[in-house]
Write a protein that binds this ligand. Structure first.
Ligand code: APR
Length: 396
């Protein structure tokens, strides 16, 4: 079983086989923090590679290697020239930094490949065996790491091979290699129209500010009723799950915004679901809104999405909508580093904003949103990419 595709300058191959037998410049070992050897990939590499690899590992890295990092040794009797030993995360529930750690494994191995002048590198499905990382999520992280690496203008190995140990794992990677399917739109963009999509946090942490938040959204609608354009509004909330409230209402007819705080924060899942829902709706219209302003407001950290809704997956989707559909995403985050958080799922720093979770903070958000609505509506389609928070917006 084999599959090959091109990601930028890199040829990406999927292969059913044994990692230790690969004839490439570097193979990656799924090691542990002590670099002490083990079963699975680790066992296969040391068995076939012979004792020289462990001897070099002990000598050069007596303190082992932290999770997410990678170190290099020679490859003993293997066909490869190098072994990069990386330590994947032990999977608990996906909420303990597992995704960041796994991404770092791939990034650090790709960096080592560049440093060692490797033209080709083979990865196993790091962390998906003894460490229990779900293979479908791991596949998305692995492939996204390659995409990110090559788009960062790094010099790259020409060939990245993923060596999968079972037909099922191969199929999972093959599916993940397909791009987020791009929906074909049947209709045309209708001039002078804008869809404002608002996804608001209604988790328990909103309890103190829910009324101020819904009040500020109601005011926002009232003060933009007379924009010189056809504006429609879609509104959803989220706590432990996604809750659509209303869709594509003309701005003059929107019902009152309400927020009933409860439970946790399934941000990734809700954002993903709402984007897909809106996109599917527009794809079927004869005339879809020319401009889309998609606003996410939250005051807590993601802690409840189902595991298939990874940051990497939301990242791909937001990137696609931003680049291919010209949607403008804005992110407002309180009680967190909003810039870092939004960047992790594909919203640029220039479009994310920290705000203070009190009445004044929400008022400021209303003013900022009002300005952005006007700006999006007034600017040329080709200039939508330049819409971002400016100095005036960044004032407290
Ligand atoms: N070639 C390719 N893939 C393999 C091979 C092999 N020879 N052997 C196992 N795999 C697959 C597994 O099916 C799994 O999908 O590699 C993936 C990673 O599994 P593990 O080797 O268990 O690695 P990981 O989950 O990262 O656990 C690391 O296991 O062996 C110990 O010392 C290692 O403590 C560390 C832990």
């Amino acid at each position: 079983m084999e599959k090959r595709t091109q990601i930028g300058n890199i040829t990406v191959e999927l292969l059913l086989g044994d990692i230790s037998e690969q004839e490439v410049d570097a193979i990656v070992n799924a090691a542990n923090r002590r670099l002490a050897g083990g079963g699975g990939v680790d066992g296969a590499i040391h068995r076939l590679g012979g004792p020289a690899i462990m001897a070099e590992t002990r000598q050069k890295y007596p303190n082992g290697c932290p999770t997410g990092f990678a170190v290099a040794t020679g490859a003993g009797n293997l066909a490869a020239k190098w072994v990069f030993h990386t330590v994947g995360p032990r999977y608990r529930d996906g909420l303990h930094g597992e995704e960041d750690a796994l991404r770092a494994c791939y990034q650090n191995c790709l960096r080592l490949a560049v440093e060692h002048g490797c033209q080709s590198i083979a990865f196993p499905a790091i962390a998906t065996g003894a460490y229990g990382y779900p293979i479908d999520e791991a596949a998305i992280v692995a492939l996204q790491a390659v995409r990110d690496f090559q788009s960062g203008e790094n010099p790259c190995p020409q060939l990245v091979r993923f060596v999968l140990f079972s037909g099922d794992d191969f199929k999972v990677y093959a599916r993940a290699l397909e791009p987020e399917p791009r929906r074909e739109y049947v209709g045309q963009a209708k001039p002078n129209t804008m869809s404002v999509c608002i996804l608001a946090d209604s988790s328990g942490s909103m309890a103190g500010i829910a009324d101020d938040m819904s009040g500020s959204l109601n005011t926002l609608m009232a003060e933009n009723r007379n924009l010189d354009a056809e504006v429609t509004v879609t509104y959803s909330t989220f706590s432990s799950n996604y809750q659509p409230q209303f869709a594509e209402k003309p701005i003059a007819e929107v019902p009152e915004f309400k927020i009933v705080p409860t439970n946790s924060t399934a941000l990734l899942e809700s954002a993903y679901t709402m984007i897909e829902e809106v996109d599917a709706r527009f794809a079927a219209l004869d005339a879809y809104p020319e401009k889309v302003l998609f606003v996410i407001v939250t005051d807590g950290m993601e802690n409840a999405s189902r595991p298939q809704y990874t940051r990497a997956r939301l990242f791909s989707l937001i990137e696609r909508q931003t680049k291919e559909r010209n949607w403008v995403f804005l992110y407002f985050g309180a009680n967190q580093d909003a810039i870092h958080e939004a960047a992790s799922f594909g919203i640029d720093a220039s479009r994310s904003m920290n705000y203070c979770a009190d009445r004044h903070g929400l008022e400021r958000n209303r003013e900022r949103l009002s300005r952005k609505m006007e700006q999006v509506m007034c600017c040329q389609q080709s200039a939508l990419g330049d819409v971002c928070f400016d100095d005036e917006d960044r004032k407290e």
